[in-house]
Design a protein around this ligand. Structure first.
Ligand code: PEP
Ligand code: MG
Length: 543
């Protein structure tokens, strides 16, 4: 047995095979194609090959495990022949002019989401099957290249580091845990691991070679340790911890449907953060009262080219419709710093965290901004959508944004396109915005404090730098005082203020935030019930 220690970014125990992540292998790229008929033919051929493979697997399984257990491969064949599935893939190829791999992956995700949200347990179980057949097809279409998580069992991924664009494209059902050599607690990769609610570690000096690849592993996300080829006594101990974990999660389930109210009667909105439409399921499962931060830039990061207005509109519409009247706060794109998109063709910068990112890109490239705003305003007609702008530093920026909003609304009206009346908010994540919060509060409907960047810019510590992780202290009094000041200024103007940075999910501070009068906390979906428990146990009058 060997063990390696790192820094935990999400608790929990994962037991399974280790897979060394090989860059760029398991991504399904969205590629624009000219000849849709040819692409549909490719898809049809892949289906025929997949059916042949499944027939072989069925025959083998009948011999090895009997007819009843082999039946799953027959079900998969039937699913592959299903007209709805085929129609969906063909439609995506035709309407979006995209490659078959992308159309299959999108169909697989949509169908799996649909199945898993059904009441019937049997139908819920079909979600994994539809994912399975989709993966088989993608593998065939992309030349059958073996990716590090292409097998049929979920694995512990270890990597040097994972860029947000890579993490977001991993098949979440196949990942038990993330362990990275580099990374930092506040990087977007760590945030994504928290969103997925799986044990994760960063800064772990583990070799990325055959000495660990394919080996049995255990990640103890509570203590930040990964065991390779664990001994019997460690396996036993970890299995026991895992059992306790499951029990704790079960207990938390009893809080579903309960109010987010303190012992002394203070109510707070408890929302969830998402980066992807696929995270919606966990939001619903964990009973969040809304979405406090949809990091829309992940829509851009998943693609090879700018997402169109129509593509974005469909995504935003699905999210607000699924949330059925509950508030959905969509942040406009926050590209830049660690979230780089090649097709934006940004100039290389010495200091990207302080460079052209987020609202600065939007204000200097209004066409990209307007496309997103059109999609957002259109989707606002279908539910309770709010728009939020990142990285604000001045009232002047908000004025400019409002002018662009007005132009977009005027154009939509002239074109006879319907739109709603979304709440407009800004992120408070720069010290400048904190200091201007009195004035800014009079221009918007709400504030959401981005403590990840606010800590970075207040303490002058790069949130991406592994070596500075110990200096990065979001509990620093300077940060906490800023939060208090922002809430006060929001309330003076009669608007609400929430926290959507990672600090919102820190149970050590829940009491203080409630005492300060924070109106909303938006946390990773897996933390919603933990925070609800904390809120319900707090008596702010005793603090
Ligand atoms: C933040 O900065 O706190 C925030 C929520 O935004 P992001 O982490 O995406 O920069
Ligand atoms: Mg931020």
């Amino acid at each position: 047995m060997r063990e390696y220690s790192g820094k935990s970014v999400f608790g929990g125990i994962a037991i399974g095979k280790i897979s060394v992540y090989k860059k760029n292998e398991q991504q399904v790229k969205r590629v624009h194609i000219e000849d849709c008929e040819k692409e549909k033919e490719r898809y049809n051929r892949a289906v025929a090959q997949a059916i042949d493979e499944l027939k072989e697997l069925y025959d083998k399984a009948v011999k090895e495990v009997g007819e009843t257990n082999a039946a799953i491969f027959e079900i998969h064949q039937m699913m592959l022949e299903d007209d709805d599935y085929k129609e969906s893939v063909h439609n995506i190829i035709d309407n979006q002019e995209v490659n078959a791999e992308f159309a299959v992956a999108a169909t697989g995700d949509n169908f799996a989401l649909m199945f898993s949200s059904m009441e019937d347990e049997y139908m819920k179980g079909r979600a994994a099957d539809v994912k399975d057949i989709s993966e088989r097809l993608v593998k065939i279409l992309s030349g059958g290249s073996e990716s590090s998580i292409s097998g049929s069992e979920p694995v512990i991924i270890i990597a040097d580091d994972l860029a947000p664009s890579e993490t977001v494209q991993l098949d979440k059902n196949m990942v038990l845990s993330f362990v990275s050599v580099g990374g930092s607690s506040n990087s977007h990769t760590a945030i994504l691991a928290r969103t997925m609610g799986i044990p994760a570690m960063i800064g772990t000096p583990i070799p990325l070679d055959e000495s660990v690849d394919g080996k049995q592993g255990i990640v103890d996300g509570y203590n930040g340790v990964i065991y390779v080829d664990p001994d019997e006594d460690i396996i036993e101990k970890m299995m026991e911890l895992q059992k306790q974990d499951i029990e704790k999660k079960k207990l938390l389930q009893t809080l579903k449907g309960k109010e987010n109210v303190t012992l002394d009667g203070k109510h707070i909105k408890l929302y969830a953060n998402i980066g992807n439409i696929k995270d919606l399921l966990t939001v619903v499962e964990n009973d969040a009262s809304g979405i406090g931060l949809f990091r829309s830039e992940f829509i851009y990061l998943e693609r090879d080219d700018y997402p169109t207005e129509e593509e974005q509109f469909k995504i935003y519409k699905t999210v607000v419709e699924t949330m059925a009247g509950r508030q959905v706060i969509i942040r406009t794109l926050d590209i830049g710093a660690d979230k780089q998109c090649d097709y934006f063709k940004m100039d290389k910068e010495e200091n990207p965290a302080m460079g052209c990112r987020a609202i600065r890109i939007c204000l200097t490239r209004p066409e990209i901004f307007k496309t997103q705003l059109r999609a957002l305003f259109r989707a606002s007609a279908y539910g309770n959508l709010a728009i939020m702008y990142p990285m604000i530093i001045s009232t002047e920026e908000v004025k400019q944004i409002k002018e662009i909003e007005e132009t977009v609304k005027k154009e939509l009206t002239e074109q006879g396109i319907n739109f709603g009346n979304p709440q407009i908010g800004i992120m408070i994540e720069t010290p400048a915005a904190v200091m201007m919060s009195y004035e800014l509060a009079r221009m918007v409907d709400f504030f959401s404090i981005g403590t990840n960047d606010l800590t970075q810019y207040t303490l002058a510590i790069d949130r991406q730098n592994t070596k500075l992780d110990d200096f990065y202290d979001p509990h620093h009094p300077a940060v906490l005082r800023m939060i208090e000041m922002v809430v006060e200024n929001a309330h003076k103007a009669g608007i609400w203020a929430g926290i959507c940075g990672e600090l919102g999910g820190d149970t050590e501070l829940t009491g203080q935030f409630l005492k300060m009068g924070v109106d909303e906390l938006s946390v990773s979906p897996g933390s919603v019930l933990t925070i609800r428990k904390k809120i319900r146990e707090t008596d702010t009058s005793a603090l």
